[in-house]
Design a protein around this ligand. Structure first.
Ligand SMILES: [Cu+2]
Length: 659
């Protein structure tokens, strides 16, 4: 194997090639925390929830030339536990090694959870006598074997008002040993409420005893051979021969700091604790002309609501990006396991609740993959064959959010296509049911153990810039014509384009009967055929949330009512659920952003796409879930003069092409 780990150190430090969109370095994070602490006299009851790059204005970024001075600012978010208050501020990092520029108290909101809070909750619950008593009622006296399963409080009513207490509602499982899959042993009907500022349990509700499922649900090579494991197998399969990915001349990309160049693609990698992986300034070199496509693309939210009304399961209703942070929970990736081949890793700097920086090694993985067939034709008469293999560039990051793993993958292709794919794996959350009974709102995966049905609803924010900032979005529905002079044979259909002229018109859902898709157009840029440059957004699996329209969580997840939203660009509008969704009753984010019904034609537009996985649990999802995928494609549609991949050389010139 010729796998290589490149100098992984170089990127999370000040050595990275300067650029206004580089993620904050460890040094910058430390300087931001220090400046805020000193300027505000912050004491020991302060928790640094977030420190990340405050991006410069778009005009400044677009005007930036290599070598220009780079203004750097940090956004700082803290929780003052003693005051029960949340503050946000901005630190200039270029002034005097860190100067606090802005500071304000936020009313009626809660910041996302910190890693330390998650760890603290487990301790607090373990100490609580009411919780212990509930376990004793179930015959459990070894409290160290109980695992606190971390769930945000959500918003269940006025008692959860974010202006008052800061809450979590963890559940409980039992662990049979150090590496046991404790989701096999959920303690049903036990709901704990924790005050995070005081780090104490404020309420324990026991809705009745259900036997704790005892069968093991492990998936290590040793565990799957055990008789009491569900499922169990005689051993690992033994008929797999090695496969080696070799690139003897190295990869076809080049990297400068966080900037990447691969064949005709240019872009910059970004990363935030909330969104995780970000793509910046994506452009395509079209015969010497550098053509922008995306200014910024990132996951803006993900919502996982469960469809089971039982006291424990209905609380599983989580906004993983806004409530936890997808970037904070990113994995350090392992060569040969997560990614295969010639890999380039990128490190990112994160921080703890005291504002101390830490570097997450290998947070982002980049490599090339063979992507099957690119194009082919055999001339049946002469026998002449032309065939090309497709290569794609993969940029990815994987986050562990409690039980689930989410892999976030951007793919760039040689034909100008962009694909975003989310890979879902890890362990389903579970519920316990009386042995012999069949769950109505989930699927049995082991005796007395079921996986409740749920959905994963993602929203990606695509700040489009198709050949520049003046864009417009059209909906395209393919419609069959009625019988008549225009359709004398009954076969005629046409794609009909409708301009989404205002934000009120740009809240749309998928529609299978018309093969609906959306097109981001630059009317001022035309190809050789006189057609306006465009990229089309082709939706994949796009579930509809199945809440009653006036159910409480529907206001919190209002973004999921539409699969497509278009908004006029506003740099402060970044998240489908708004800045602070934690414990919030809802109405923030996209539904609020569109309130002014701004016009969208020939302007700087942002496209927001909701998609996801409708997860009716299968027994095959247990004990560890095979990867499920969802995502979407962005494909050029009139952006080029023809197939932009006709110039890809044959992989074997002798057999795959004629000179
Ligand atoms: Cu799922």
């Amino acid at each position: 194997m010729t796998t290589t780990v490149y100098d992984a150190n170089a990127t999370a430090t000040a050595q990275a090639a300067a650029h206004p969109l580089n993620p904050l370095t460890a040094e910058e994070i430390a300087a931001a925390a220090r400046a805020a602490r000193e300027a505000r006299g912050l004491g020991s009851s302060v928790r640094f929830v977030a420190i990340w790059l405050k991006e410069p204005p778009k005009d400044a970024v677009l005007a930036y030339q290599s070598g220009d001075p780079v203004p750097r600012e940090a956004f700082v978010l803290i929780r003052e536990r003693a005051e029960r208050k949340t503050y946000e501020g901005v630190v200039s990092l270029t002034e005097g090694g860190g100067t606090l520029r802005e500071w304000r108290a936020l009313e009626g909101v809660q910041p996302p959870l910190t890693f330390e809070e998650l760890m603290g909750v487990e301790e607090a619950v373990r100490r609580d006598e009411r919780w212990r008593e509930a376990l004793r009622r179930r015959g459990v006296t070894d409290f160290a074997s109980a695992v606190v399963d971390l769930w945000p409080a959500g918003y269940t009513g006025p008692e959860d008002d974010p202006a008052h207490r800061r809450l979590m509602r963890p559940l409980t499982c039992l662990s049979h040993g150090p590496d046991d899959n404790f989701y096999a042993h959920p303690v049903e009907n036990l709901v704990v409420t924790v005050d995070l500022d005081r780090m104490e349990v404020v309420d324990v509700q026991d809705y009745g005893i259900v036997p704790i499922p005892a069968r093991e649900g492990n998936y290590t090579p040793a565990a799957i051979t055990q008789e009491d494991n569900v499922p169990h197998y005689p051993g690992l399969r033994a008929d797999i021969k090695p496969i080696a990915i070799t690139q003897p001349d190295g990869p076809s990309f080049s990297v400068d700091g966080y900037g990447v160049s691969w064949q005709k693609w240019r872009f910059r990698i970004g990363f935030t604790p909330r969104e995780g992986l970000v793509l910046n300034l994506l452009e395509y070199d079209d015969r010497g002309r550098r053509r922008p496509i995306l200014y910024r693309a990132a996951l803006s939210e993900m919502w996982v609501p469960y469809g089971d009304p039982s006291p424990t399961q209905r609380l599983k209703n989580v906004f993983d990006a806004g409530e936890f942070g997808v970037g904070v929970l990113a994995n350090s990736l392992v060569l040969g396991c997560d990614c295969l081949g010639e890999i380039r890793y990128f490190d990112v700097a994160l921080h703890d609740q005291d504002g101390r920086p830490s570097v997450l090694k290998n947070a982002v993985c980049m490599h090339e993959e063979d992507a099957g067939l690119l194009w082919k034709h055999t001339d049946l008469r002469g026998g002449h064959v032309e065939v090309r293999r497709s290569r794609r560039l993969v940029v990815s990051s994987i986050s562990t959010i409690d039980n689930y793993e989410y892999g976030f993958f951007w793919y760039l292709y040689q034909d100008g296509s962009i694909e975003y794919e989310i890979k879902l794996t890890g362990i389903i959350t579970t519920g316990a049911i009386e042995p012999g009974r069949t769950p109505r709102f989930g699927t049995l995966v082991a005796p007395g153990l079921y996986g409740p049905h749920h959905q994963h609803l993602f929203n990606v924010r695509l700040d489009m810039s198709v050949d520049g900032r003046a864009n417009a979005v059209y909906e395209v529905n393919s419609e069959a014509l009625p019988w008549g002079p225009d359709n004398p044979h009954g076969n005629a259909w046409e794609p009909r384009e409708t301009l989404l002229a205002r934000e009120s018109e740009a809240q749309r859902t998928v529609n299978a009967p018309t093969m609906r898709y959306w097109k981001v157009v630059n009317p001022g840029s035309v190809n050789a055929l006189g057609q306006p440059a465009a990229y089309k957004l082709m939706p994949g699996e796009s579930p509809f949330p199945l809440f009653q329209p006036d159910a409480l969580p529907m206001d919190r997840g209002g973004f999921a009512r539409s699969h497509l939203w278009v908004t006029a660009y506003d740099p402060t509008e970044l998240y489908a659920t708004g800045d602070y969704p934690y414990q919030h009753p809802g109405g923030l984010g996209l539904p609020a952003y569109v309130r002014d019904d701004r016009p969208l034609e020939n302007t700087d537009v942002v496209v927001w796409h909701t998609f996801g996985t409708h997860h009716v649990v299968r027994p095959e999802d247990w004990p560890v879930m095979p990867v499920a995928t969802c995502g979407f494609h962005l494909k050029p549609a009139g952006f080029f003069d023809g197939n932009p991949a006709v110039d890809v050389p044959p992989s074997d010139p002798e057999h795959c092409a004629h000179a």
